[in-house]
Design a binder for this molecule. Structure first.
Ligand SMILES: Nc1ncnc2c1ncn2[C@@H]1O[C@H](COP(=O)(O)OP(=O)(O)OP(=O)(O)O)[C@@H](O)[C@H]1O
Ligand SMILES: [Mg+2]
Length: 368
């Protein structure tokens, strides 16, 4: 049974649906991330799970309990939903010590004072802040404040943890470290976690499931690997890293044991590769080839099983572990990653190759 379940949830602001028929099933103990560009409805969705926002339509269930059902007039208030919450602004109270900040939710619930010290210390230990209990909250670094906010969200031992961009105020290095800590903590506690971010790397690193949202709707939901390698739409593909999206047309298809293989004619290449199963001969499409799937080769002989393009290097950018290059092929520019020792030069004529099995085809949408 899913721990959090959203069924056709809608939230309108002034007649416009900010969240539009969103259905998501979040398994018990999973780390689920809502990912999407600014304004796509992530925070609104999270706030409806929390009960800080009422849904206009649909149903929200936490555990066995329906906490909100717009049709049936059911609405459980936030403090009775058994949730922990962490926000971008840590909302740590500056006039209190670390201990009192974390104790606050327990005092608000009139938990016996004998239990408070045990529970607060336990929560502070979880985030390795036990030694800081008596510090005034302002005398902490950003990362420490965020840990206190996490301890405070866990102190009531909630069923579900909700987090809205909790790491975005931290610098890049600390963010990286906190991501690792957060994932380790979540796996240790096995607490169902709903996490909001617009950072696809963060989503992939942390999550068991990623829900990609766009304009209030769920575009795709699945394991990070699936969303990265097998996006269902152009929108999802272009949001996950910086793939090459090359115009193509489907000319045929063959159904095999591992899904559909499509015959495609793309710019400068025709061949067979996997793609979205709903595609049919005659459909306009996009061929997706990730920069890291491309090899650079001066050997001009064609590679029968693979994709190959002839082109000229337009620009190179040294990135330490590799060079990012842009190569002009007829009617398109392809991004590729080349090993650092290869030293590509602007103006060089090259052949780009990719294994067709690593490419992917998605439908062209209206207007594309
Ligand atoms: N209280 C409100 N009143 C009116 N419109 C709102 C309100 N809250 C959100 N919206 C609108 O709903 C849409 C979704 O907002 P939301 O905050 O959920 O986006 P988000 O995905 O969290 O974006 P971001 O990544 O910028 O935080 C936006 O168009 C926003 O302007
Ligand atoms: Mg938001």
């Amino acid at each position: 049974m899913p721990q959090v379940n959203l069924e056709k949830v809608v939230r309108r602001f002034g007649g416009v649906a900010a969240v539009d028929e969103v259905s998501i099933s979040m398994p018990d103990g999973a780390f689920v991330t809502l990912l999407g560009p600014s304004g796509c409805g992530k925070t609104t969705t999270l706030r409806m799970i929390a009960g800080l926002e009422a849904n206009d339509e649909g149903r929200i269930q936490i555990g066995e309990r329906v906490v909100s059902d717009a049709n049936a007039g059911v609405f459980v208030s936030p403090d009775r939903r058994d949730l922990g919450m962490v926000f971008q602004s840590y909302a740590i109270w500056p006039h209190m010590t670390v201990f009192e900040n974390v104790a606050y939710p327990l005092r608000a619930r009139h938990v016996a004072s004998g239990q408070i010290a045990t529970r607060v210390n336990e929560a502070l230990e979880m985030v390795e802040m036990g030694a800081y209990a008596q510090r005034p909250a302002p005398a902490l670094s950003g990362g420490q404040q965020q840990r206190v906010a996490i301890a405070r969200s866990l102190v009531s031992r909630p069923q579900v943890l909700l987090m809205d961009e909790p790491l975005s105020n931290l610098d890049a290095k600390l963010r990286e470290q906190m991501r690792i800590e957060l994932r380790a903590l979540q796996q240790r506690l096995r607490i169902t976690t709903v996490y909001v971010t617009h950072d696809q790397r963060e989503a992939m690193e942390l999550s068991d499931h990623v829900v990609v949202m766009h304009a209030g709707r769920v575009q795709q939901a699945g394991a990070p690997e699936q969303i990265y390698a097998r996006p269902s739409t152009h929108t999802v593909a272009s949001f996950m890293g910086s793939p090459n999206l090359v115009r193509a047309r489907v000319t045929g298809r063959a159904d095999g044991p591992d899904g559909a293989l499509l015959d495609v004619e793309g710019q400068g290449w025709a061949g067979r590769c996997p793609g979205v199963p709903a595609l049919r001969a005659g459909d306009d499409a996009w061929l997706i080839v990730r920069p890291e799937s491309i090899r650079l080769d001066n050997d001009a002989r064609a590679c029968a099983a693979g994709i190959s393009w002839h082109g000229e290097i337009q620009s190179t950018s040294y990135q330490g572990a590799m060079h990012a290059i842009r190569v002009a092929i007829p009617d398109a520019v392809i991004h590729a990653e080349v090993e650092a020792s290869r030293r590509p030069r602007v103006g060089e004529n090259v052949v780009l190759r990719a294994d067709a099995a690593q490419a992917w085809v998605v439908p062209a949408e209206a207007g594309q």
